[in-house]
Design a protein. Structure first.
Length: 249
């Protein structure tokens, strides 16, 4: 049994896991990949669950753990996962709390509503493209004209991501598989390495290194295209930590 179930292999998920340990609140953290699990603290009172789950599997785990509440600290663009968590919480009759990632100023960039609009904008431009959208959006990027020649991919350094890139036809020499968030200097180095005229990214906030990406694009004199964050309601980090603190025994 544990007091709390946290979903999220994010920076915020790791911060909340550490906070639970420091407060003496027993918690389980569910992450999709082994890589996400490796980044979590190994401390007494923290249980790590690895693997992708559907809503039924989530509900079963909630019942098995006997937890009192669930925190959704998944990535702001992981809308399908969030939908599964909310469905599971209703089925398990548990309180659901959504942690909202702090937003950043968009600054001098072009914002698009969805991937269709993003691809259309890329196709109306010329030059190489550095994608920092992550692996989830890679299939859609194959709709970019001459994508194998134009698109460079920056994503997590896992075997599964590399295999997906190669399977979709992105050349190995166009892959920058490294773990972020990245500094201004690293972003600039990647832009210069790819000789990109466009940087495409998500509004991932300070936790995801978003400000450094925009500044790097500006300093390198290239355009940044930002996939807008889905609208959602939830709680701040401070509010979630207050909830956890109140669960101490």
């Amino acid at each position: 049994m544990c007091e709390l179930l946290i979903f999220g292999g994010t920076t915020e998920g790791r911060e909340l896991a550490q906070y639970c340990c420091s407060c003496g609140v027993s918690a389980a953290v569910s992450v999709a990949t082994e890589y996400g699990g490796e980044l979590l603290p190994r401390e007494k009172g923290l249980r790590i669950l690895v693997g992708r789950l559907d809503s039924d599997e989530m509900a079963a785990i909630m019942r098995e753990l006997g937890c009192r509440a669930v925190i959704d600290a998944t990535h702001p663009y992981a809308t399908e996962v969030t939908a599964n968590i909310t469905t599971a919480c209703k089925a398990a009759e548990l309180p659901y709390h959504r942690l909202l990632r702090s937003s950043s100023e968009l600054g001098n960039c072009v914002s698009v509503r969805d991937m269709d609009e993003l691809v259309e904008l890329i196709n109306s431009s010329s030059g190489s493209v550095l994608s920092t959208l992550g692996s989830k959006e890679l299939p859609k990027l194959t709709e970019v004209e001459n994508y194998a020649e134009r698109v460079w991919v920056r994503a997590l350094p896992t075997d599964s991501v590399r295999a997906l890139c190669i399977e979709l036809g992105f050349p190995a020499e166009h892959l920058i598989l490294e773990k972020g968030p990245f500094s201004l200097e690293q972003n600039m180095a990647h832009i210069k390495r790819s000789d990109s005229a466009l940087l495409v990214t998500k509004e991932s906030g300070a936790a995801g290194g978003f400000p450094e990406k925009l500044e790097a694009a500006e300093k390198c004199g290239i355009k940044a295209i930002v996939l807008a964050r889905p609208e959602e309601k939830g709680s701040t980090m401070e509010e979630i930590k207050s909830l956890i603190y109140a669960m101490r025994r």
